[in-house]
Design a protein around this ligand. Structure first.
Ligand code: SF4
Ligand code: SF4
Length: 316
């Protein structure tokens, strides 16, 4: 168990380093050409300048507000839905958080590593933004900034016709997510394209261009119907940002923590939470399903045994 924790931490730190440094390294070997998102001057000062643009400042404020709310109030499902509606309007409708798509910003450093290609400054900044927030607090980007994550959560409030929501077994959902990423990696190396390409089959962020094509309508429609039954199906089953931020969760400074001394094992948190993560938190598992930092389990606990705090390994 101890050894697993060390291995996992090493893998996560290595991945964070790759995420942050590969765009810069790739830029060094990259060729010309503009590309969507413009600018290729990806030295540290250019990245910092890009990160001070209004989009990232607002995104940072949203994520840090989420962190403060999680630490100071109890967030029930109605409050959470209202907050997600605000995130959807702010970052999906008013401020454009999709261009460059967060999804491409995470896949392109890997593409750059595999093919020696360069990526743009805007994508580098987006990758640093997602990675940085995710290291500060578990899923602060996915749970508090991503408009497509917010949309799935809002739709998940619609009662399922059967009256029961489905919690996907994490081993299966994560295997599917990893397989899609692995297939994309093989495709990048062999044919130079992947499954998440803009205008391709698995990039719902194009929705926020507010123009509709058949492929996009089928993808978004399928995800939204699935969201009625399953909490954040795209995040758990497909999204490479979800995969990366899940890995980073294992080194996040702030995470949901259990105070075993206060817990009387009533399991209300597990019953009331939409995600598959709470049981793993209760069991003290090292490898936990994604926690989107919604705060519902914290609100559900009548003993205040759960809180969003600085991570410390629970004593056995
Ligand atoms: S996993 Fe993907 S779709 Fe889900 S919240 Fe994160 S970036 Fe958005
Ligand atoms: S463990 Fe689940 S219910 Fe608790 S904050 Fe994370 S996503 Fe929300």
């Amino acid at each position: 168990m101890e050894r697993n924790t060390i291995y996992l931490s090493v893998i996560c730190i290595a991945l964070s380093m790759i995420l942050i440094s590969v765009p810069v390294m790739a830029e060094g070997g990259g060729g010309g050409g503009g590309g969507a998102g413009g600018g290729r001057n990806t030295d540290a000062s250019s990245i910092l300048a890009e990160l001070s643009s209004i989009k990232f400042i607002l995104g940072g404020i949203a994520a840090l507000s989420g962190l403060i709310l999680l630490k100071t109030i109890k967030i029930n499902r109605n409050i959470r839905t209202l907050l997600m509606f605000a995130v959807f309007v702010l970052f999906g409708v008013l401020v454009i958080m999709h261009q460059p798509s967060p999804l491409r910003a995470v896949v392109d450093p890997v593409t750059a590593l595999a093919t020696g290609s360069a990526i743009t400054l805007k994508k580098t900044a987006m990758a640093v933004f997602i990675g940085g927030l995710s290291v500060i607090g578990a899923k602060l980007f996915c749970g508090w900034v991503c408009p497509f994550g917010a949309l799935q959560e809002i739709v998940n409030r619609i009662p399922a016709p059967s009256g029961k929501k489905i919690k996907l077994p994490f081993k299966i959902s994560n295997s599917i997510r990893i397989s899609i990423f692995a297939i994309s990696l093989v495709m990048i190396i062999s044919i130079g394209s992947d499954l998440y390409t803009y205008h391709s089959i698995l990039n719902p962020f194009e929705l926020f261009e507010w123009h509709f094509e058949a492929v996009l309508a089928v993808l978004v429609g399928t995800v939204l119907i699935a969201s009625v039954f399953v909490y954040r199906p795209f995040c758990y089953l497909v999204c490479p940002v979800g995969l990366l931020t899940w890995l980073l969760e294992h080194v996040s400074i702030f995470r949901v923590r259990l105070d075993k001394g206060k817990c009387d094992d009533c399991k209300k948190c597990i019953l009331k939470s939409p995600c598959p993560s709470v049981k793993a938190i209760m069991d003290g598992d090292t490898l936990r399903p994604d926690c989107h930092a919604c705060g519902i389990c914290i609100d559900a606990c009548p003993k205040d045994a759960l809180r969003f705090g600085i991570w410390k390994k629970a004593k056995a």
